[in-house]
Design a protein around this ligand. Structure first.
Ligand code: GLN
Length: 537
């Protein structure tokens, strides 16, 4: 029988529910339980695919092509197992399902209401992954903060769910803040008391409180929180600020969050969690023997969350190489032919980021020209790869005004263009090449050397593609297609022959990098940057 854990947030947003959920899941997994995490978001978009990265950070794409919340990236990176569309549900999707059922007459003439129809649909989705029989424990993270108008139906659904399943089968962990008032020199518990009170008003008694704090919580404060919030003292868990999100599972282990959860769910503790390889990763992460500086050239650099999976992939690849990767965010708009040298010369590698639309694209192209000509390691992802193709077309092949038709529909050299079957699509949501596609690598290439095999699978999220009409010209001039889609012949990876490392992927490798499996292209790119450092000495 599947057991359910709900994680709610109180006092303020950004407390790190995603990291706490992923850390708990990691510990339970390391004890031998089959665990997955799902996220329920209260906004009305059907999925975050149409959201500007400034609104909500990166859009994380799953194997099955769902555009989801960036927290799913954390779940995958911690657990090293894939998520799917079923792991991310929004208010918009719940309403869409209910309205579709109403139009099909499935409510038999009843008035369709938030309670019970919306809450029933929420509960149905909360149970869906549990009913596959694939998991012992499902952790459900509720987006938003308790007390928000828009999260009310989810909170009510959790109340009903708990009542239906019984207190040994469904528990609530409330993540809250214990602020430190510097002037008084004290940690304050009142906001937590109020936020638990708000939950109680909705009929939910939290089972465990995870208290985010900048300072250690004394026993007296734990007792006070326990007494006023009606929980056992061992259910008051301290979650102190950590230097790395990857330290949080071990901090939670020390606080025995996993043990407390298992005892509430009446599940055996099994063995102690096996965290050896995790500790090994942390050891390499925290004790690097070298350092590289990588420039991340992108359009949304003011908000690092927009490139969450890329920065995490650098952390994994850095640890693998025992190398500290310092990522410098460079707005692509700020790069021009006159200043490109000053902006990039000190770097050991440059990554040109994914993106949409024309803003900053010429800066990306200028950056690529510079690193190509100066033999600085380059890694292009999606739009970054497309820009590399444009740059090479313009400056090596002499294709004047070569472009992607996303930006210039009447370019004389549409080296990146739209696939025929995408042209008729007018809807914006979920209309791209999305999710996992196979790719066949050519032997003897850098890509093949990185992966160590010829058949790979990577995740996509884009509308435009390399235009195969120009492939021969590119290959003859030295930019080769080292990976092709075996079914469609689409170019998935390009690389330059005579260069230390110049690789562009049409897919998003960052989405598949995990602590247990750092992505091979990131690992090789960081290694190339380390070589670049040596060359400079
Ligand atoms: N805008 C480009 C396309 O749609 C690239 C997308 C991306 O970088 N994810 O093809």
């Amino acid at each position: 029988m599947t057991k359910y854990i709900f994680v709610t947030g109180g006092v303020t947003s950004s407390l790190g529910k995603g990291i706490i959920s992923a850390s708990l899941a990691k510990l339970l997994q390391a004890r031998g339980y089959r665990v997955t995490i799902q996220k329920f978001d209260p906004y009305i978009n059907i999925d975050p695919g149409t959201l500007n990265p400034y609104e909500h950070g990166e859009c994380f794409v799953t194997e099955d092509g769902a555009e989801t919340d960036l927290d799913l990236g954390h779940y995958e990176r911690f657990l090293n197992s894939p998520t799917s569309q079923a792991n991310n549900i929004t208010t918009g999707r719940i309403y869409q399902n209910v309205i579709n059922k109403e139009r099909h007459g499935e409510y038999l003439g009843k008035t369709v209401q938030v309670v019970p129809h919306i809450t029933d649909e929420i509960k149905r989705n909360m149970r869906a992954l549990g009913e596959t029989g694939e998991y012992d424990i499902i952790i459900t993270e509720l987006g938003g903060t308790v007390g928000d108008i828009e999260s009310l139906p989810f909170i009510e659904a959790v109340r009903q769910f708990k009542w239906e399943e019984g207190s040994n089968n469904a528990i609530v962990i409330h993540l809250t803040l214990i602020p430190f008032l510097a002037a008084a020199g004290e940690l304050k518990t009142k906001p937590t008391q109020h936020s638990v009170k708000a939950l109680l008003e909705y009929g939910i008694q939290p089972d465990i409180l995870v208290c985010r704090t900048e300072h250690h919580i004394s026993n007296d404060i734990r007792k006070k929180i326990a007494l006023f919030c009606n929980v056992n003292i061992n259910a008051v868990i301290e979650s102190i600020d950590a230097s790395s999100i990857y330290s949080v599972p071990l901090l939670m282990l020390k606080e025995q969050l996993d043990k407390t959860v298992l005892s509430k769910l009446k599940l055996p503790s099994k063995n102690e969690p096996d965290m050896e390889s995790w500790k090994d990763f942390l050891g390499r992460l925290k004790n690097p023997t070298s350092e590289v500086r990588i420039g991340l050239v992108g359009k949304y650099v003011e908000l690092p969350d927009a490139y969450k999976s890329i920065t995490e992939a650098f952390i994994h690849a850095g640890a693998k190489n025992e190398c500290k990767v310092r990522v410098e965010y460079i707005p692509s708009e700020s790069i021009h032919p006159e200043n490109v040298k000053d902006k990039l010369n000190h770097l050991d590698g440059v990554l040109v980021a994914p993106g949409f639309g024309s803003r900053g694209i010429e800066g990306k192209i200028d950056a690529i020209k510079y690193v190509r000509e100066n033999n600085i390691p380059f890694f292009g992802i999606c739009l970054g790869m497309q820009c590399a193709v444009i740059e090479f077309g313009r400056n090596v092949l002499g294709f004047e005004n070569a472009n992607t038709t996303e930006i210039d529909e009447s370019t004389p050299y549409p080296v990146i263009n739209m696939m025929e079957d995408q042209k008729s699509v007018t809807n914006k949501g979920g209309t791209m090449r999305l999710g996992a596609y196979p790719c066949e690598l050519k032997k003897g290439t850098k890509a093949f050397a990185a992966y160590g095999k010829s058949r790979i699978s990577e995740r996509h999220r884009h509308r435009y593609e390399f235009n195969n009409k120009y492939l021969q010209a590119y290959e003859e001039a030295g930019l080769i297609a080292s990976g092709l889609n075996p079914d469609s012949g689409l170019v998935e990876i390009v690389e330059l022959k005579n260069h230390s490392f110049f690789v562009g992927g049409q897919f998003h490798p960052e989405l598949k990098s995990t602590v247990a499996n750092p992505h091979p292209l990131f690992v090789k790119f960081v290694a190339a940057a380390m070589e670049q450092v040596k060359k400079k000495k």
